[in-house]
Design a protein around this ligand. Structure first.
Ligand code: MD3
Ligand code: FE
Length: 224
């Protein structure tokens, strides 16, 4: 039986005529190469204290392909037994998370003008096979505060949907040094990372990272 042709997927770029959802701010090339190198050095140092670890889904225990760690007062953690939660200690070392590097605090202040600093910094590491399915960031009382993200290393195909899962998704290529931040009405939009393009950036290897891939940093403020 002949198969129906697949609908072509259009890669949307900077020239995209569609406006972004209100509250989504896309700042391509925010950090230049020198600044990106300094950020990688900060992240590397942070990961010595708080190594990347494997997380798993609540109930099923299915592993996430993205390895993670955190900095700040709280970290985002998930496992089969405990489900999604914020906690003050690394689940493997049992130690408090290291402080959020100053450059990230400055970034938060510089782009959002928020008075209160972030108290949570999630570090996501994507290797060639890693992806993050479409999801909403729905953690507790963090919705009044924005989320600020920085991409470092290999390019990623980022998908941005709408307020319900079945809303159409558009794709955005996130490159090393890009900043994306989300405030107000855009905080609950579905989003995900379809995958990375291995070998598109030498940044991580150039700065002593053992593995190549992509690092994404997200800054948040959660209430407590
Ligand atoms: C849109 N991280 O950690 S960052 C996550 O590239 C996450 O690692 C992705 O989604 C990554 O939860 C995307 C961009 C981002 C972060 C937070 C958002 C997009 C968002 C919150 C609301 C809507
Ligand atoms: Fe997210």
């Amino acid at each position: 039986m002949p198969r129906l042709p697949r609908k072509p997927q259009v890669e949307l770029e900077l020239t995209d005529p569609e406006p972004f959802p209100a509250g989504l701010h896309y700042l391509p090339g925010y950090f230049d190469e020198t600044a990106q190198g300094a950020l990688v050095a900060d992240v590397r140092q942070l990961l010595v204290e708080a190594p990347l670890f494997k997380q798993s889904m609540p109930k099923s225990g299915a592993p996430l392909s993205v390895r993670m760690s955190n900095a700040g007062d709280f970290g985002w953690v998930t496992d089969r037994e405990g489900g999604y939660r914020y906690q003050t200690v690394h689940p493997v070392t049992g130690k408090r998370w290291p402080p959020i590097p100053t450059v990230f605090l400055d970034l938060w202040q510089g782009v959002t003008s928020e008075i209160e600093p972030p108290n949570m910094c999630l570090i996501n590491f994507y290797d060639a096979g890693a992806r993050l399915g479409l999801h909403q960031d729905k953690g507790e009382s963090s919705l009044e505060a924005p989320v600020v993200s920085v991409s470092l290393g290999d390019e990623a195909t980022f998908s941005v949907g709408g307020m319900v899962r079945k809303d159409p998704v558009r794709r955005l290529r996130l490159r090393s040094g890009d900043v994306v931040w989300f405030g107000g009405p855009s905080r609950l939009i579905f989003h995900g990372v379809e995958g990375i393009r291995p070998g598109t950036s030498p940044l991580l290897e150039e700065h002593g990272f053992a593995a190549s891939g992509r690092i994404n940093i997200t800054l948040r403020r959660i209430g407590r």
